[in-house]
Design a protein around this ligand. Sequence first.
Ligand SMILES: Nc1ncnc2c1ncn2[C@@H]1O[C@H](COP(=O)(O)OP(=O)(O)OP(=O)(O)O)[C@@H](O)[C@H]1O
Ligand SMILES: [Mg+2]
Length: 239
Amino acid sequence: MIEFRNVSAGYPGGENILRDISFSVKAGENIGIVGANGAGKSTLLKTALGLLNFEGTVLIGGAEVNKKNLPVIRKTAGYLLQDSDNQMFMPTVLDDMVFAPVNYGKSRPEAEKAAKETLESLGAGYLIDKYNHKLSGGEKKLAAIATVMTAEPEILLLDEPSASLDPKNRRKIINILNSINKTKLIASHDLDFILDTCEKVMILNNGELVCQGKAGEILQDAELLDRNGLELPLRYYGR
Ligand SMILES: Nc1ncnc2c1ncn2[C@@H]1O[C@H](COP(=O)(O)OP(=O)(O)OP(=O)(O)O)[C@@H](O)[C@H]1O
Ligand SMILES: [Mg+2]
């Protein structure tokens, strides 16, 4: 579903940030991306979506990521941005939520129904007509997650989905992600969240893929985590 082959990528006019990254994600797999601030997690997700220039090969849902395929890539892969302010750019939550579904052929009433149902499934139906600029940080995150889910993409690329959520909403998102049988790549500093949602994990350090494997093993390896600027998940801390 997702494949990186010897991928190096960077921002316009700058040096490569990601260096020689290779991995693959099978259909239905959930993989966490962890690493210190600036390690390259968000850059990796942006590269998967074709938002950055890169060397090497990236495949999303069987399609090679290139200019020609961008429309199909965007439809296949839903992207939750790290900063919800950049995701929710229309006046109201509903405006943002119906944008992609209508673009992909749903009627406006159908898209509105789907938007309402998704928000309600997150216990946030009350957000539907709110102005984005008047939302709290966590409300904006919930609205952004709902926006990505409403478009029903086959692949979810989620950048810090649990950041700014309260414990109950965080738990709700964990349960919902676990109930959707889609391929997911989740970047997060919340290693407990990764343990609850992902069977595998990869560690990025300074643009390099240091290791990948079972989340339950890698995220218990205090030395490995420490070498890569990370700490044990809370549930393993002090044991
Ligand atoms: N728009 C940009 N232009 C130039 N360099 C950038 C840009 N965005 C990020 N970078 C650089 O790329 C590197 C990786 O950043 P990235 O956002 O991928 O890190 P991250 O692992 O997501 O970090 P965080 O945990 O803070 O979200 C950093 O050194 C950063 O300064
Ligand atoms: Mg980031």
